[in-house]
Design a protein around this ligand. Structure first.
Ligand code: SD4
Length: 297
């Protein structure tokens, strides 16, 4: 168990994101502000090629973004298939705070963002445009790759973050450009409450990364939280949700999925299908990367 505050996030790009979140948490700030500020670091960084600005486009060469956020009271906001906005997580937060809805998508989400003062930006960098052109020439087909971030993309992927502040408020955020070269119009797990992220402020939170289709079909993050509700530790709950995927999805061997979880007590856990899923943890006594338990050893 960890003393509060605690912040946990997916992949190596979680390290600088956790630092930004920690600044808020260490000063007694609100976990919701912390997770938003944290994942914004990845959204703004063009070297993180699977989130926000500088992300890999879809098959048609467009950067389309998914994000969601959830607070300790169970309030939620999300955006899907959003283009031209550098910080989809902040739009998701506004959906939560300013509208009677949970999710806005596509043109409507963009319109809402523009009406609320967000600027329209070009998210496709010249480097990613070049990569897309090469991909079009060579592959022309979408194929999910296991730990794509480890093989080709220097450890970058969806960022999901969970934070517990000094007052014990638990919040989460998740933001991504989705799978590289996905079909145009494809939406993954990341903006789906219960799939890419779920928080129950009285129990704990969980978040996912990896092939979103597998997470959506098993409602993975919700499942992890329900396992914790039934008494499992965060680690056991993540492993049990991975087990569910292996039992229910025939071609799970071809994919990577990773879960992180944070219990209300401060205890954390993580699990994945394939080895190689790293997550970043920051507490008073620890700051660094850990590798999740993997189904395949
Ligand atoms: C998605 N879960 O859109 C995201 C992407 C991801 O490893 O995390 N890929 O399916």
């Amino acid at each position: 168990k960890n003393e509060l505050p605690v912040v946990i996030s997916t992949w190596r790009h979680g390290l600088p994101a956790n630092e930004a979140a920690w600044e808020i948490l260490a000063n007694g700030g609100y976990a919701l502000d912390a997770v938003e500020a944290g994942v914004k670091v990845s959204e703004a960084d063009p070297n993180v090629t699977t989130v926000g600005y500088g992300a890999i486009p879809d098959a048609s060469g467009k950067v389309t973004l998914d994000a969601c956020i959830m607070d300790e009271k169970g309030r939620a906001g999300s955006v899907a298939y959003l283009q031209h906005i550098k910080h989809p997580i902040s739009v998701a937060r506004l959906v939560m705070e300013k509208t009677p809805h949970v999710m806005l998508s596509g043109k409507g989400a963009l319109q809402f963002a523009l009406e609320n003062g967000f600027g329209k930006e070009k998210l496709l960098t010249p480097e990613m445009r070049k990569r897309w052109k090469e991909w079009k020439k060579e592959e022309r087909q979408f194929s999910p790759e296991i730990n794509i971030e480890n093989k080709r993309l220097e450890n970058h992927d969806t960022i999901s973050m969970l934070a517990l502040d000094k007052e014990g408020r638990l919040c989460g955020a998740c933001t991504t450009s989705g799978l590289a070269f996905k079909m145009h119009g494809r939406v993954g797990d990341s903006p789906i409450i219960g799939a890419g992220l779920f928080v129950d402020g009285e129990i704990g939170g969980a978040a996912a990364t990896g092939t979103g289709e597998l997470v959506m079909k098993t409602l993975g993050s919700f499942l992890v939280v329900e396992f914790m509700r039934n008494g499992m530790s965060p680690s056991d709950a993540c492993n049990a949700a991975i087990l569910r995927i292996t039992e229910k999805i025939p071609d799970y061997q071809e994919h990577q999925v990773g879960f992180i979880a944070l219990h209300k007590s401060g205890e954390t856990g993580a699990a994945s299908i394939q080895p190689g899923f790293e997550y970043a943890l920051k507490t008073k006594n620890f700051a660094g990367l850990k590798e999740a338990d993997a189904w395949f050893k």
